[in-house]
Ligand binder design. Sequence first.
Ligand code: WA2
Length: 281
Amino acid sequence: LNKKIKLRREETLANMCDERARMLQDQFNVSMNHVHALAILVSTFHHGKDPSAIDQKTFGEYTERTDFERPLTSGVAYALKVLHSQREQFEKQHGWTIKKMETEDQTLVQDCIPEKLDPAPIRDEYAPVIFSQETVSHIVSIDMMSGKEDRENILRARASGKGVLTSPFKLLKSNHLGVVLTFAVYNAELPPDATPELRIESTVGYLGASYDVPSLVEKLLHQLASKQTIVVNVYDTTNASAPILMYGTNVTDTGLLHISNLDFGDPLRKHEMHCRFKHKP
Ligand code: WA2
């Protein structure tokens, strides 16, 4: 009988964990598709029209009104690919200088005090944010290639043509770990088998969404009346020997554990949901 009860308990935990993992994965997938559609919107109405049919006001209104389509995101933004030879003309046209994300004093960057941000040092190319949803307006004018995680994402997104995810890192103006999803925008419709070289050359910009993981997973789990039953943790397990805790508090509990796999659509990243019962039997 004891064995039977134990088995039942394991099964219950597995079912609850799998259900939550599937919900999180599905919501992420839904929002990823809408971020992809936004990249196509910018391609069609900003780069595909002369004059452009999108400005900051249009982008801000449209992304705010369609926010419900992108569960778990805290905001979307569009960064333009600017070569060094185009920088002066670009800055003159926009009336501001391209800013650098990292400064000597990291606290200033975290707070995103615009006057405190330094101009971006000379580089071959930049990715300044030109349009943003109101919720992430603090990243406008910042060169996204000057941040390690954002830069890696931009390079991988444009060479692959796929939506790509960063490792968890501390987002600007947020006290939590988050991830950024990036889609490249191209100046022409490319065949699915286009080479990375052709893709890089055809790139005109980068549409990105930020995910404040702790607050958004919390919101999702809150919808299920399970918080008093199980404890949930979400990890980035890309580096299997050094998992990064993205949601939940560190656990020392060695009781019954169930691990559900999470697929966020980027084959380079691995994620897992770990579930435990709150109370011992
Ligand atoms: N968005 C919001 N907060 C951030 C951030 C970011 N990146 N990086 C650090 N904190 C415009 O991939 C292009 C968004 C980057 C897209």
